[in-house]
Design a binder for this molecule. Structure first.
Ligand SMILES: [Cu+2]
Length: 153
């Protein structure tokens, strides 16, 4: 075997070793997102029944109905007190949108004609103001499509 060929085999093997080693190390540390979420998409044609707003079901459980449209969310400011479990139900009546709470793993596509549901159990130390953005390009005003989530403890 040529000396250079052997050298390149060692370099490639070392690079692969570092790559796989990094993956194993990250998995070993338990790198997991900061909350538990479940997401599902439900077809609906009952648009009239979809009423945007925050509904408290008691004991820290909330249902938040959000209408996503070009280029805003309704309601635009969501205030939750001591939330334990939050069911976000998001509906779009125009184009594809996104619903992403920055700093959390709440991130769901909002497909027109479907109610996108995501259940979020925010960690007890989560409080303050969070930015909610649309992360699916939906048109010229997309960059200004955001909302605010306020968590009070
Ligand atoms: Cu958008």
């Amino acid at each position: 075997m040529d000396r250079w060929e052997a050298l390149w085999i060692v370099i490639v093997a070392a690079t692969l070793g570092i790559f796989i080693g990094t993956l194993v190390a990250i998995a070993g540390v338990g790198y997991i997102p900061p909350s538990e979420v479940e997401a599902e998409y439900r077809p609906t044609d009952a648009v009239e029944e979809f009423k945007p707003g925050v509904r408290s079901l008691g004991d820290g459980v909330y249902e938040v109905n959000i209408l996503a449209y070009r280029f805003s969310f309704q309601p635009n400011k969501i205030v939750l007190e001591n939330p334990k479990e939050v069911r976000f139900r998001i509906y779009s009546n125009d184009v594809l949108h996104g619903f992403n709470i920055i700093g959390t793993n709440v991130n769901i596509m909002v497909i027109p004609g479907y109610v996108s549901e995501i259940v979020w159990r925010p960690p007890p130390d989560f409080e303050g103001s969070y930015l909610v953005i649309c992360n699916e390009y939906c048109g010229i005003g997309h960059s200004g499509m955001f909302a605010e989530l306020v968590i009070k403890r």
